[in-house]
Design a binder for this molecule. Sequence first.
Ligand code: AMP
Length: 376
Amino acid sequence: MASIVRTRALVGAPLALKPPAYTTVRYMSASKKHPPSFAPSFKIFHDVPPLREYRHSLSASDRTVGLVPTMGALHDGHLSLVRQAATENTDIFVSIYVNPTQFGVTEDLSTYPKTWESDIKQLEIVDRELASTSGSGRISAVFAPNTKTMYPILPPSSEVDGKGSFVTITPVAEVLEGASRPVFFRGVATVCMKLFNIMTPERVYFGQKDVQQTVIIKRMVKDFHLNTDVRIGETKREEDGLAMSSRNVYLGSRRREVAVILSQALFAAEEQYVVHHKKSRGDILWVANDIINKMVLKQDELASEKRARFEVDYISLADPESLEEVDVVDPKNGAVLSGAIKMLPLEDPVDGEDCGHGGGIGTVRLIDNILLKPQE
Ligand code: AMP
């Protein structure tokens, strides 16, 4: 079986570091202290019992709930899931919660963008749009819990061997993103299990942008007999093809311009399959690797105040169910083309340069993928 080339892993943090327990309390209590400056048309819940009571009242009147789980910092990708949910449910619940257990001890939990007021405004605008669409569901609840609510017994652990009640879905959580982020999908599956149990949605909505997450959630739903349907929404992109992401705000203009290389590389590889009917790993991936390598060299040659250097974590061609690497695409199954790059900290910013949120100091990890559909 083919293996993916991984140039650098993100792990390597000393495991003895204390987990950043309850970091999100600051954020969520801020949202409680600062309710939106206008009255949204939907209810905002911070605690479980009133939300459960509300959810039961909806079931009693034959209404259906579609849940869109998010970590806030909403953009059009999130909103497209809300719109999709509105075509299939009477009530849309959106959860906004930055889940600490899916961040590794060295990852960007404390700096993850928090834009509560803007999130609520964006949801309100979408809800007005839905109100004027006949037959459409409406956003009826936003769930914004704090970490004590979500993890009531033990403070959550972000350590690989941390204690707590966790959901692990292996081996699919161990490849691709999971290889360099060992606690990531444990955190994702755990928080989603909690959200699904609290809100018992008929349907849950996830973006194709995070393809491994979709595979893991589908498995969790099947393996644990959860009574919900998993729906996947297409990846929303900026005009030049960059996949929308809450983390893009960290890029700044110089890194933003180069970051588009990931989607360009994946689209070029997709063309090998779709247009040129190539099926072998080498024939599909060479072009993506070539485009990326040329950009790496180009950046290396530029002066430090002009360049935006990056490292490739992986470029992968994998089976859509197992996410194991494939040597040849089986046209009956199709495949997932995916990649992850790390935009390195901005070097020598010039006066007045747009360095992005955080001033360009941190690395920004970007992921993207394209589904190669089955070809009968
Ligand atoms: P996050 O807030 O990053 O946890 O994302 C919440 C949900 O939005 C997940 O299901 C993501 O896959 C989805 N999502 C994020 N970015 C996009 C995008 N560009 N297009 C579609 N869905 C997205």
